[in-house]
Design a protein around this ligand. Structure first.
Ligand code: ATP
Length: 306
């Protein structure tokens, strides 16, 4: 019986490995979110970075022709500065970051980096210049070290460790029995949203891109985690030209410009204090957010006190 069992067992093993391999590939495509319709133009050149200055010039965009998503979006992110985008759900905030990464091409207007239209440069050079910290990072089924090193495959262990420290995830990794060799992802240790995001930040610190796209998590975080993530984000954004889809007050307060997006248009723009003073949509958003935070605090106190 063993003679039959062993090969069957082996086939089962191979089958599981192959299936897992396919899952990994699927995850990778999800991670890269490739759109096969985007191709390099014949004779496309590599992007040359000077500033880098990002410009959205009267950008229009739709996924489906009968439903415009972005309408006449015009703004600049000066070299090394941070522009934060806020606005109601579905306003088109994430779409802006997808266009900058060229998952899609604009349907009107243009996006340029240091004067070069994204459609004229190679995708490889564009994506090498951009670091993306998404809301929900998909981790590979491999070790934590592998997942961080993915940002720069030739980085040595010390560089990986330093990046993790900078991203405020070093202590957490050190507390795990297998440390950096801990398997994570679907098959390994499940990390919390905040931990995953810090792994993504460590990866981006290693990659050291000159342009950064941050998509902050909307999920509520406890005060310490929120502070740790903010520290990590401030470090990775320092000196980089940054576009951030912002959900946290701490991020927008420090932004060089805030764009309030509504129904695909820039409804208000300015710095935090200016926008508060204006008493418009932005001011409303923050007073509502403050009420929600206060209500949460209240509830927490009420459940704590006997
Ligand atoms: P949220 O804060 O909820 O993440 P958002 O402002 O980032 O929202 P987007 O994700 O940019 O909004 O989406 C803007 C609009 O585009 C939404 O109405 C959404 O339904 C639509 N949309 C997003 N992705 C696609 C897609 N792949 N195909 C068709 N429509 C899409």
């Amino acid at each position: 019986l063993m003679q039959i069992y062993r090969p069957l067992n082996f086939i089962g093993f191979v089958y599981r490995e192959i299936r897992q391999g396919l899952t990994d590939i699927e995850e990778m495509f999800k991670l890269l979110d490739q759109n096969p319709e985007i191709e390099d133009r014949a004779g496309a050149k590599d992007l040359e970075i000077a500033g880098p200055v990002i410009r959205f010039e009267n950008v229009n965009f739709h996924y489906d022709a009968d439903r415009p998503i972005l309408k006449g979006i015009d703004f600049e992110v000066p070299a090394g500065k941070t522009v934060a985008v806020v606005g109601p759900s579905g306003a088109g905030k994430s779409t802006l970051s997808r266009l900058l990464y060229r998952f899609y091409d604009v349907t009107g207007g243009a996006i340029t980096i240091d004067g070069q239209d994204l459609r004229d440069v190679t995708q490889a050079s564009l994506r090498a210049a951009i670091g993306m910290v998404p809301q929900d990072t998909v981790l590979f089924n491999d070790t934590i070290a592998y997942n961080i090193r993915y940002g720069r495959p030739d980085a040595d262990d010390e560089a990986v460790r330093q990046a993790a420290e900078m991203a405020q995830v070093g202590d957490f990794i050190a507390s795990l029995p297998k440390g950096y060799e801990t398997p994570v992802g679907e098959r390994g240790l499940k990390l919390s949203g905040g931990e995953k995001q810090r792994v993504a930040i460590a990866r981006t610190i290693l990659k050291a891109p000159s342009i950064l796209i941050l998509d902050e998590a909307t999920s509520a975080l406890d005060t310490k985690t929120e502070r740790d993530i903010q520290t990590a984000l401030d470090r990775v954004a320092a000196g980089r030209t940054t576009l951030v889809i912002a959900h946290r007050l701490s991020t927008v307060i420090n932004a060089d410009e805030i764009l309030v997006l509504r129904d695909g248009r820039i409804a208000e723009r300015g710095r935090h204090a200016e926008l508060l003073e204006k008493g418009g949509l932005y001011a409303q958003m923050w007073s509502r957010q403050r009420e929600a935070t206060e209500a949460e605090e209240h509830l927490r106190k009420a459940t704590e006190d006997p």
